[in-house]
Design a protein around this ligand. Sequence first.
Ligand SMILES: NC(=O)c1ccc[n+]([C@@H]2O[C@H](COP(=O)([O-])OP(=O)(O)OC[C@H]3O[C@@H](n4cnc5c(N)ncnc54)[C@H](OP(=O)(O)O)[C@@H]3O)[C@@H](O)[C@H]2O)c1
Length: 256
Amino acid sequence: MAFGNTLSSANALIIGASQGIGLGFVKKLLVDSRINKVYATYRQPASAQELIALKNQYADKLTCLSVDITEEAQIATAISEIQAGVNKLHLVINCVGILHDDTFQPEKSLRQINSENLLRYFQVNSIASILLAKHLLPLFRHNEPSVFASISAKLASIGDNKIGGWYGYRASKTALNMFMRTAAIEYGRSSPQTLIVTLHPGTTDTQLSRPFQKNVPSEKLFSVEHCVEQLLIVIEQLKEGDSGEFFSWDGNKLPW
Ligand SMILES: NC(=O)c1ccc[n+]([C@@H]2O[C@H](COP(=O)([O-])OP(=O)(O)OC[C@H]3O[C@@H](n4cnc5c(N)ncnc54)[C@H](OP(=O)(O)O)[C@@H]3O)[C@@H](O)[C@H]2O)c1
């Protein structure tokens, strides 16, 4: 049975919900009557004002938690706070990711390779998700179907890499895919009702893609709302046997 058909009184957790795709998921799930509770994490209040304001409107449904995903202790604390409220999660979506910030940009050439920046990419884009898989296991160990999705990127595909560049972002998303594929195998034994997948959202209009949108045709640049709608369709259609796979926004599997 497709995951979406099993959704009722479900508890969801969106990681990286301060802005962009993560915030879009929170807004959509808050108005979905099949969802009972929404837990949403943010790193810093400065970029999470819109999320935090939603609390006024959805006081009973939404809980906001502060988590820097590169700090394992903060992940563990947030999971304990969730466990104080619910004993199971049905849908977890990790939307955390970094491509650029005030201090660094994706590398166009080998000349720009810098080990500190590479480590940052891996810490945020790859390692965070496997730490989540470690700490979330107790909340997934129940007998109802559940999904743990991480937002990856088509750029992670080794087979599809024809244009090069963006070394750290690409490789960190490839590592994310491998971490999740491996976790899917272990969860298959310890929490067999949980499907673990990675998803390519398509180029979506957020602060992450904004500096790189000029060559993207308008029909290929998704709004956050459209991206979230498409990804939720993919998630809802997931079924037994899909765990460990890498899906695009249109539901097709992507090459590793
Ligand atoms: N937009 C696209 O075109 C596109 C394409 C392919 C893949 N993706 C992937 O989609 C996901 C969502 O991206 P987006 O476009 O929505 O970007 P975004 O608007 O920049 O959102 C990224 C989120 O990650 C959070 N984050 C970054 N570092 C963190 C840390 N150390 N701890 C906790 N949270 C942290 C950010 O929090 P702050 O607000 O605190 O910075 C923000 O909530 C990412 O994994 C991205 O790689 C996006």
